[in-house]
Ligand binder design. Structure first.
Ligand code: LLP
Length: 428
């Protein structure tokens, strides 16, 4: 079964658009990430159409989902701005060609240096999450004689109905300002120089398959906007965050039309400019992680397919109990399936990409594609066990290009320094 039209079997071998993943593996080695431009473009257009149906707004791609410069540049070329959460991500967005005015700087716990960066680079909007942030940004901006557009992220205490580790809008989560305290915080912000608190920002969580939680969250935001306006604080912008989920398990995908209807009936009549921050929706389905089977170990109770990608390449299965479809790169003949654990070589029991998965028989040397890995895949990679970061490839039609080289072991180990007081390493 193909993953989608852009990743399907051609003459029995899985291709990304017009490029064979088998040939790519021969050329670049394994493991590697491979992304389809066509999927990114399709997802962007779907979201952009939804935004038009809501009467318009800005799409600021949540760069954290996949911050490769080429991915950001692809989305910027389609018209996206960027949502960033660190100076590093802001620098990536700028380097990829996003205009500063189209960047929203979100995130909990910004350093003064990051706020200085935002001011000095003319970032379009800064979303703040505490009174301390407001005071520092005010001082930094006023000292430079500029006024920054500011959003205050509110925590609406809504259960997004998603995995606990990616739920952000409950009172017990670290994010935002408790919505009941928001009027006092806006009043304080309005009195400070250098900042213009004209936006309300909210993001309740990620991988929402049910759109209903948005209804409650956006209703609370709408009543806050009314309350603030009555208090003389003219809210003109709403940042509704991201969070739209993708069907990793082949679930019925969320209907963007439901999301559109919720936005329209909750905040649609406030006359505010809307910003959206989709991450996963735009890039998850655009990427696969390709790896090669090293060994098939038959244990007493389980069979382990050990392959050369690990939790270091894709941590989502072990961190969030996430499910990613796994497909053999060469189309299997026959219908026999075996239930196996797909694991990596890292010395951790938690190092798996799938457990109890029914897959066609696999042999050492076979290639597999871990699908829907374009979001929160490569960006969450680590070098644990001194494993170099894998390369990333972008495909467009019949063409492909490295968009990140494989990290070399020399580069990785070369970051370390042995202090003078330790014996010199013997290199003989
Ligand atoms: N805006 C804000 C303020 C966010 O915190 C996030 C994600 C987004 C937008 C984008 O959300 P999306 O549309 O991608 O759901 N590593 C986790 C996901 C963490 C999401 C963090 N915030 C995972 O692999 O599932």
């Amino acid at each position: 079964m193909p993953i989608n039209t852009e990743f399907s079997y051609r003459d029995g071998v899985m291709a990304c658009e017009g490029v064979s993943l088998h040939r790519l593996a021969e050329q670049v080695g394994t493991p590697f990430y491979c992304y389809s431009t066509a999927v990114i473009a399709r997802q962007y257009r779907l979201f952009a159409e939804a935004v038009v149906a809501m009467g318009g707004g800005s799409i600021c791609y949540a760069v954290k989902a996949n911050s490769n410069l080429a991915v950001i540049a692809t989305l910027a070329g389609l018209g996206a701005g960027a949502d960033v959460v660190s100076e590093g991500e802001a620098r990536r967005a700028l380097a990829a060609g996003v205009r500063p005015a189209d960047i929203v700087f979100s995130g909990v716990g910004k350093t003064e240096q990051e706020l200085v960066f935002a001011v000095e680079h003319g970032i379009g909007q800064v979303n703040l999450e505490s009174e301390r942030d407001l005071e520092i940004l005010s001082a930094v901006a006023a000292a430079r004689g500029v006024t920054m557009r500011v959003g205050i992220r509110v925590n609406p205490d809504i259960d997004a109905g998603t995995h606990a580790k990616i739920s952000t809008g409950k009172a017990e989560n670290k994010f935002g300002i408790d919505i009941s305290r928001a009027p006092a915080v806006y009043a304080r912000a309005a009195a400070l120089p250098g900042i213009d608190p004209v936006a309300v920002a909210v993001h309740i969580g990620s991988q929402l398959l049910d759109m209903a939680p948005y209804e409650g969250a956006f209703r609370r935001v709408a009543s806050l906007v009314h309350e603030l306006r009555e208090a003389g604080i003219p809210i003109t912008h709403l940042d509704l965050g991201g969070g739209i989920g993708v069907p990793y398990r082949g679930e019925t995908p969320p209907m963007l039309s439901d999301y559109v209807a919720i936005v329209a009936r909750t905040v649609g009549n406030l006359g505010c400019a809307l910003t959206f921050e989709p991450g996963r929706f735009l890039v998850a389905e655009a990427g696969v992680l390709v790896s090669r089977v090293i060994d098939v170990k038959r244990g007493a109770t389980k069979t382990f397919v050990v392959q050369d990608a690990a939790m270091t390449e894709l941590i989502r299965p072990t961190l969030y109990e996430a499910y990613h479809p796994i497909l053999p790169v060469v189309q299997p003949v026959g219908a026999a399936l075996e239930t196996v654990d797909v694991v990596g070589p890292v010395c951790e029991t938690g190092d798996f990409l799938a457990t109890d998965r029914a897959l066609p028989p696999l042999q050492p040397g076979d290639l597999i594609a871990v699908a829907m890995a374009g979001a929160y895949g490569a960006v969450m990679g680590s070098t644990y066990n001194t494993r170099p970061l894998p390369p990333e490839i972008l495909v467009s039609g019949e063409t492909w290009s490295f968009i990140r080289q494989r990290q070399s072991l020399d580069t990785l180990i070369g970051l370390d320094r042995i202090p003078d007081w330790l014996p010199r390493p013997r290199n003989d």
